[in-house]
Design a protein around this ligand. Sequence first.
Ligand code: CP3
Length: 344
Amino acid sequence: MTPVWFMRQAGRSLPEYRALREAGGTMLEACLDPATASEITLQPVRRHGVDAAVFFSDIVVPLRLVGVEVEIAAGRGPVFPEPVQTAADVARLVRIDPSLVEERGESIVDAVQRTTAMLAEEGERRGEALPLIGFAGAPFTLAAYLVEGGPSKDHLGARSLIHSDPSAWHDLTHWLAEVTGRFLALQVRAGASAAQLFDSWAGALAPADYRRAVLPASAAALEPVRALTVGGDRAVPLIHFGVGTGEILADMASIGVDALGVDYRVPLDAAAARVGSHLTLQGNLDPALLFAPTEVRRAAVHETLAAGLAARAHVFNLGHGVPKDTDPDVLTDLVRTVHAWRAS
Ligand code: CP3
């Protein structure tokens, strides 16, 4: 049984998403509108038949909730008009009370509740339970945007701050851990049945810096969800993912997670050898294969599935998010290919 879902399965690859977004409003407004967010979350589930929904939101949503000015620029990503770069900037930021996430998070709770109700209906039609995966950004990846003021190629701003002002870096990342951890816990308490921590840009770090200056804050971000259960008894499964993280996979696993997302640069059997066979692996078809001829793509899917057998369990996914120009029919075919393999 190999389940399949995709990072960014909701979004611009789907005409029904583009139609809904054209009706108006910014990306963050869509995230904070429960009817819109729940509908967008369901779109890829209905269309592709994936085995899980990913809550439609963004890693910067909790920062917006606590009052940090942020927008998502189309085609670019999160932009902060007031970057956090000096010790004084950090001191100002960390005075914001992280409990504002819960205080102002009503729309998130509402959106998750609507989504799980819609998934229950959809699951009934299909005859299988459809989990909702909640997620949050890890402190380093959030800091990579916050310090730079927007997307950057090598996250030099954040990586420099680690060394130029370790104390400000510590305060910043531990405050981010509280804010993002509360956002993740809010989703789980509202009904999400798995939680993924995205440290998308952690692969930009030297392993020693990752271990010393980043990993403790990521572990802290997961603290508020560790105690939470799904259905009253089972601990909520935790997933950890980053891009280009081959050198730090074992470290990423060490903070106590159930599953590790692997990007396409490390074959899943090699990843299992690095982290041990007690973990579930998630991944990792190169999104470039979505633009390859059908037979080439299907062969690559079979190769990924075979490599995934080395892990305790395998959740099929791409090695990173769905590119916006992806033909949605190709994604549907990919889901069918994975399902047919598990049936054979
Ligand atoms: O279906 C899903 O996977 C859920 C949706 C999701 C979004 N953002 C919606 C989104 C998820 C899981 C995220 C997380 C996220 N956001 C991450 C971590 C995951 C990863 O891909 O590494 C990161 C680094 C961000 C920051 C961010 N937000 C980026 C880099 C972008 C893309 C910028 C662009 O336009 O190319 C966004 C915007 C964003 N988040 C979109 C979506 C659907 C596109 C918004 C639009 O419609 O214009």
